[in-house]
Design a protein around this ligand. Structure first.
Ligand code: 2AM
Ligand code: CA
Length: 262
């Protein structure tokens, strides 16, 4: 029952945020950089994060709310509930007018993901999950791709860090080997929306190795609740820490995916 209130609140805020993002897409907006010239932020990210975090704090005053643009290095409070808000995941796409970005809101309680919402405002696609209740796209249940059982048939997706301090982590991946082992490899630019696409079977496997909790909290639950598997790149359970590594898949190709990345 409580989870349903959490989910309904997150959905309302994600849709309100999405309306603003859609209106401002392609227009003029203030922009700046964070860790370096490729790590972009816009006034839209900040405006939308403010809307979501204010809404969550007003409704759930005892919860911790962590947002990408207001990152103070907060730690999740083990005893309570923590919201992870990515107001505009895919900021670089948004700035360059590439139509692939989303709002991502995830909730973890007592260290377990409880609610996940990913909203693509341009396509009006709303992905939702509650732990133990499955994953839905615009209210209809979805499952991961259960037809592709081998890495050779998998359409994979990954991403690259905009914080160039972490660029050397790419050197640990043999891209030539991965591309040779799968059907093909994409990099679409929004980790949260890529995870949502894994959850509904459009993509088979995903990995990235310098993400933040707000990039993956909601999307991980979407994948797990849709029958997929989420781990770190060593195959351990995912921990929502800073600069995390993540592999997510339909489950069937997961071990092969981890092997190809090792
Ligand atoms: P963003 O668009 O909200 O910045 C691209 O593969 C993914 O990496 C996007 O989800 C993007 O989120 C995320 N990303 C970009 N820069 C990042 C950074 N400095 N730290 C963590 N994640 C980042
Ligand atoms: Ca992000």
């Amino acid at each position: 029952m409580e989870n349903t209130v959490y989910l309904e609140t997150a959905v309302t805020l994600a849709q309100q945020a999405g309306d603003i993002i859609r209106e401002r897409y392609g227009g003029n907006f203030g922009r700046g950089c964070k860790s370096g010239p490729s790590d972009l932020v816009t006034e839209v990210d900040r405006q939308v994060e403010d809307l979501i975090t204010t809404g969550l704090r007003a409704k759930f005053p005892s919860h911790t709310v962590i947002g990408e643009e207001n990152d103070k290095g907060d730690r999740e409070q083990g005893e309570g509930c923590t919201w992870y808000v990515d107001p505009l995941d895919g900021t670089t796409n948004f700035v360059y007018s590439v139509p692939f970005f989303c709002v991502s809101i995830g909730l973890s309680c007592l260290g377990r993901l409880t609610v996940g919402v990913v909203y693509d405002p341009l396509r009006s696609e709303l992905f939702t999950a509650e732990s133990g209740r499955g994953t839905f796209l615009n209210g209809r249940p979805v499952r991961v791709d259960e037809t592709r059982k081998n890495l050779s048939d998998a359409l994979l997706v990954t991403g690259y860090p905009s914080d160039k301090n972490y660029g050397e982590r790419l050197a640990g991946i043999n891209y030539q080997r991965v591309i040779a082992s799968c059907s093909n490899l994409r990099a679409l630019g929004s980790a949260a929306l890529e995870l949502a696409y894994i959850s509904c079977g459009r993509l088979t496997g995903f990995w990235e190795n310098t993400l933040m909790p707000w990039d993956v909290a909601a999307g991980s639950l979407l994948v797990e609740e849709a029958g997929g598997r989420v781990t770190d790149l060593s195959g351990n359970p995912l921990a929502l820490r800073r600069y995390l590594s993540i592999a997510a898949s339909n489950g069937l190709i997961h071990n092969e995916l981890l092997q190809s990345l090792s």
